[in-house]
Design a protein. Structure first.
Length: 277
């Protein structure tokens, strides 16, 4: 008997006999049922029904004719273990976390077990659903919001899109940033969309070879801070995409340390700041 595949994708229509997803996927792929159940828990199995496709986590859920189940199985991805975040505040309708380096803001079709949202669903008490509000790069650490109602996710997301949330970061960059008259504003578009960042020198590090920089952004484009700092020729230490991360021998030195906004739950101004910042 050949060894089970380590990477496969399967799309299986459900016949008139119906059945449960673990049995159906086992017959279609040859994967052991235990691996299929583990993949379901990790968010790698999806159900299409009545024109909608959602993650399917219950191995014994009854399926019916016309359904289609999708398996995105990658042994390497599913073997990853999420780094543990720390809870900063629990407001009920939303929670605030310190996301560590390596934890993702959202999953993919191959799984969501290494995301802050899934962590909140599985570990927050009392248990409740969790929804993405905004994103931090996998390599960026710091303050992140998780909503626990769809309406709250929409309300908080609107604050971000309307630029009503103050977002501050700290970055360790290569070079002497004090040579630039500050604060330094960069408004170069990213991927054809407007983007604005402001950088302020804080102090020298590593005998002047590095600088600590305070960052405030008005927009939240993909890799915005990293790209704008690289454009200034002061890449973030540990940046493997826009700097010399491999040679730096360090993780990305970028931390989201503050979020401030008008709380839609209590109707009061709130500020969430990492301890020590």
């Amino acid at each position: 008997m050949s060894a089970p595949a380590k990477h496969l994708e399967a799309h299986v229509p459900v016949g008139a006999e119906g059945g449960n997803p673990a049995d159906i996927l086992h017959r279609a792929t040859g994967l052991p049922k235990q691996r299929i159940k583990s993949a379901m828990t990790s968010g790698a199995v999806w159900l299409s029904r009545n024109g909608k496709t959602r993650r399917l986590r219950r191995a014994k859920r009854a399926l019916r004719k016309g359904d289609e189940i999708h398996l995105y199985y990658d042994e390497e991805i599913l073997s990853e273990r999420p780094p543990e975040p720390s809870l900063l505040a629990d407001v009920g309708a939303y929670s605030v976390w310190n996301k560590p380096y390596g934890l993702r803001s959202q999953g993919s079709k191959w799984g969501d077990h290494c995301t802050i949202v899934r962590w909140a669903e599985q570990n927050l008490r009392p248990e409740r659903p969790a929804f993405t509000v905004h994103r931090l790069d996998r390599a960026t650490s710091g303050v992140i919001l998780v909503a626990h109602f769809r309406t709250m996710a929409a309300s908080l997301s609107a604050l971000f899109s309307e630029r009503k949330i103050t977002k501050r970061y700290r970055a360790v960059v290569k070079g002497d940033f004090s040579r630039l008259p500050g604060p330094v504003r960069v408004d170069s578009a990213i991927d054809g969309r407007s983007a604005a960042s402001e950088f302020t020198f804080q102090e020298h590090l590593a005998s002047g070879e590095q600088s600590l920089v305070d960052v405030q952004i008005e927009t939240g484009r993909k890799h915005q801070i990293r790209r704008h700092l690289a454009e200034l020729d002061y890449p973030v230490v540990g940046d493997r995409l826009y700097g010399t991360g491999e040679a730096d021998g360090a993780d990305l030195q970028l931390t989201a340390y503050l979020l401030a906004f008008h709380c839609p739950v209590n109707d009061t101004p709130v500020e969430y700041r990492l301890p020590g910042f």
